[in-house]
Design a protein around this ligand. Structure first.
Ligand SMILES: [Zn+2]
Length: 227
């Protein structure tokens, strides 16, 4: 995708067979994306972006704030998510056996008495990762058979802008750690999405056709994920 910097705003330009220009600010990283007709001159795109300048800045600020508010301080009473369900965080100091336990609608985070945010985050993330490490191989095996592709390996990463990625050349799949917080179907959708990339690298009509065939409900799931 072509990128332009217009008045200090980084803009991604996607050329499509459309009549009008569309602009959106992506919620994951506040990037500006323009969908423009195939032959629209760059000057016209520039003018369009500048005419929406105030609105873009406002949107970016609002989304940034929302993203920041989601960052945890790892103190009791905060809302945390696991498999799409909301839990109330309760931090419990322990000398041994640090880790996570679920109790009704509470997520008990057992940490050393003098632990800081980073140490608490590491314990919760490790627990998220264990769930994904168990679930993802099952999903990959299931969907490789259905889609009839073969991936080489997978990794779990804490990513800010993407739910997953697939290296088509090496067959390696990358899954976002934060999917442990989302509904299981969202995790499954991302696995299917990345495996389908082994058939089709871009998000074109062919790709969408495969998704319709393998996971007919994918548009709803994707919308909920904001992907
Ligand atoms: Zn993709």
């Amino acid at each position: 995708m072509k990128q332009l910097v217009i008045n200090n705003i980084l803009v991604e330009i996607e050329r499509k067979k459309i009549k009008n220009m569309y602009l959106k600010v992506l919620p994951t990283d506040q990037k500006v994306r323009i969908s423009a007709p195939l032959r629209m001159p760059e000057d016209e795109i520039r003018r369009f972006v500048l005419s929406k300048y105030e609105w873009i800045i406002r949107q970016q600020r609002r989304m940034q704030e929302r993203a920041e508010n989601k960052e945890l301080n790892y103190v009791s009473g905060e809302e945390v998510f696991y498999k799409g369900k909301k839990y109330t965080l309760k931090v419990i100091p322990v000398e041994n056996n640090v880790g996570v336990t679920l109790l009704d609608d509470m997520l008990l985070l057992k940490v050393k008495p003098n632990s800081n945010i980073q140490m608490r985050a590491r314990i919760l993330n490790q627990w998220y990762k264990e769930y994904l490490m168990e679930r993802i191989p099952e999903l990959i095996t299931k969907w490789e058979q259905i889609i009839d592709v073969k991936s080489s390996s997978f990794v779990i990463r804490d990513m800010k802008t993407r739910w997953g990625s697939c290296n088509i050349r090496t067959g390696k799949i990358c899954i976002n750690l934060r999917l442990a917080q989302k509904k299981p179907i969202s995790l499954e959708y991302v696995v299917v999405h990345e495996l389908v990339h082994l058939l089709e690298g871009s998000h074109n009509q062919v790709f969408k056709g495969y998704m319709d065939r393998f996971l007919p409900d994918w548009r709803t799931i994707k919308k909920e994920l904001n992907y």
